[in-house]
Design a protein around this ligand. Structure first.
Ligand SMILES: [Ca+2]
Length: 375
């Protein structure tokens, strides 16, 4: 446990911020390093430059280790499970390979993900099903308490000497109001790569030609996503908002509006997350970071990349709609035709996992997926 120095409440030792008052832990009791107190979700460019220098210094040693492991694999293959890329492990062993290969790529200029292009993806059955949402009242917007918490966290960040623009931090938030949302049905899970492939096979959906690669370290150079993101059971990535809409039309539906997305996640109250108002780092696949903002892939929620459908049953909404927060953000539709996406993903901070979070984009990327609704 860790005590919040602001309000003295108890928090889990790995909590990125205080659940009671929003204080963002920055490694109290530890000697601060430059850039230790970045705002949630922002990237530390200076630290990354430093990391690159560190990587260059250790490259020679890692290359030696890789060579040794490769020799071990060739001679003792069945005794070397650590260096196997096992998709069934969903990232638990892949990050090791990813890191090691990235070290080589940084020095040689090769793009590591392209190396996996020729590997065959095994197809399995999809777990998705459709959930009925009855006509009912929706409470839109953030509650006063939640908004105050977020603003307090933003103010705290500014006191630590860093920028936090409330209009950016709270971008996409809509006014508190009540309205009736007509009945609809919605996919229980985000559409998987397998489900999307069936639409491609039917000649109704396109294969992505470009993909913006977003990871815990921000936007990356290249056009090839890590192969584990293309696992059949994982949610479909690199699908543009337009192609996602085409998929939903093919299925007889459409992308959800903000109100439909919120209705599926909130039912009858103004909760922040599908499971309630308090952040729980174990109930969704989010962009895990430790107390000083360093990525800790898979250490808290168990997944370093996206996760298969149904991996967080306790994080589903009261309607049993799952992964509305976490795993991938999700494309939505707007009446004015603008392209938006909701909530947060496997690369995002806790604050961005709220159901009401709304951002604008349109191109296929590795942190945005989708699900469909049907009337
Ligand atoms: Ca994660």
């Amino acid at each position: 446990m860790i005590f919040c120095p602001d309000c003295r409440s108890e928090n889990e030792h790995n909590a990125p911020f205080c659940l009671s008052c929003g204080y963002r832990f920055n490694g109290e009791g530890r000697k601060k390093r430059e850039g230790d107190t970045l705002p949630e979700g922002q990237r530390n460019i200076k630290r990354r430059e430093s990391q690159k220098a560190d990587l260059a210094r250790t490259q020679k040693q890692n290359a030696i280790q890789i060579g040794k492991k490769q020799r071990d694999k060739e001679t003792l293959e069945e005794k070397s499970p650590l260096i196997e890329v096992d998709e069934s492990e969903d990232g638990k062993t892949f990050p090791f390979i990813f890191v090691v290969l990235s070290l080589i790529a940084l020095v040689t200029g090769l793009f590591v993900f392209g190396a996996f292009d020729d590997e065959k993806v095994e197809l399995n059955e999809s777990k998705n099903e459709v959930i009925q949402i009855p006509t009912g009242k929706l409470l839109t917007g953030l509650s006063g308490e939640a908004r105050a918490l977020f603003i307090h966290a933003c103010e705290r960040t500014k006191k630590e000497g860093e920028s936090c623009e409330e209009e950016v931090f709270l971008a996409g938030e809509i006014e508190e109001s009540e309205r009736i949302v007509e009945a609809f049905r919605i996919d229980k899970y985000e559409v998987s790569n397998l489900e999307y492939q069936r639409c491609v096979d039917a000649g109704r959906c396109g294969v992505f030609e470009q993909c913006q690669i977003f990871t815990h370290e921000g936007k990356q150079f290249g056009n090839h996503p890590p192969k584990i993101l293309l696992n059949p059971q994982h949610p479909a990535v690199c699908i543009s908002q337009k192609e996602a809409s085409k998929y939903c039309n093919y299925k007889g539906g459409q992308l959800p509006s903000k109100n439909e997305f919120l209705r599926a996640g909130r039912e009858k109250d103004r909760r922040v997350f599908p499971w309630g108002n308090h952040w729980d780092p174990t109930l969704s696949n989010w962009g895990e970071r430790d107390m000083i903002g360093t990525p800790v892939l898979g250490k808290i929620d168990g997944f370093g990349f996206t996760s298969p459908q149904g991996s967080f049953p306790e994080g589903c909404s009261t309607f049993s709609v799952c992964d509305l927060s976490g795993n991938l953000s999700e494309w939505g539709r707007k009446e004015d035709g603008s392209s938006v996406y909701f909530s947060g993903s496997w690369v995002d901070s806790p604050f961005d996992q709220r159901l009401t979070k709304e951002r604008m984009a349109s191109k296929g990327r590795t942190d945005v997926g989708f699900r469909c609704i049907y009337h």
